[in-house]
Ligand binder design. Structure first.
Ligand SMILES: [Cu+2]
Length: 138
């Protein structure tokens, strides 16, 4: 009886660990202005398969995202957000993507901001920039 109970506890601990290991919680800075931005940013993250939840905080411009790291990456999530017109820590939105934002959403861009230097991200960034449209990049 005691052994049976102990093994049940061990098994349930294991399954709890497995669930935890599959999703990651990360915070990233995303530039934006208002509640409309909040919707846009969160939507852009949530459209990706593997994103469990996304919440953008207007006051500190930070996005808290819960995602399955086997299905998606922070790079993909941030790329999706830049395609919606918002600069993130890793990537900058294209000029045309930014210009498509309604006036109230045009956040102040940092002209000296660091461009992404990660391998794949760099090419994704260039593709967005060259295409001139945030919708061409899939
Ligand atoms: Cu806005």
């Amino acid at each position: 009886m005691r052994i049976k109970l102990a093994s049940t506890i061990v098994i349930s601990m294991f399954s709890a660990l497995t669930i935890q290991a599959t999703t990651k919680l990360e915070k990233v800075k995303v530039n934006g202005q208002c509640n409309m931005c909040e919707n846009r940013i969160e939507k852009a993250a949530k459209t990706l398969d593997g994103v469990v939840s996304a919440q953008w905080d207007k006051s500190n411009k930070s996005l808290t995202v819960n995602y399955d790291d086997k299905k998606t990456t922070m790079q993909k999530i941030q790329t999706s957000i830049t395609m919606a017109g918002h600069d993130t820590e890793m990537f900058s939105a294209s000029e045309s993507g930014y210009n498509k934002l309604p006036e109230c959403c045009k956040y102040k861009r940092d002209p000296n901001r660091k461009r992404n230097t990660h391998g794949t991200g760099e090419s994704i960034y260039n593709k967005i920039e060259k295409s001139g449209s945030c919708c061409d990049n899939k």
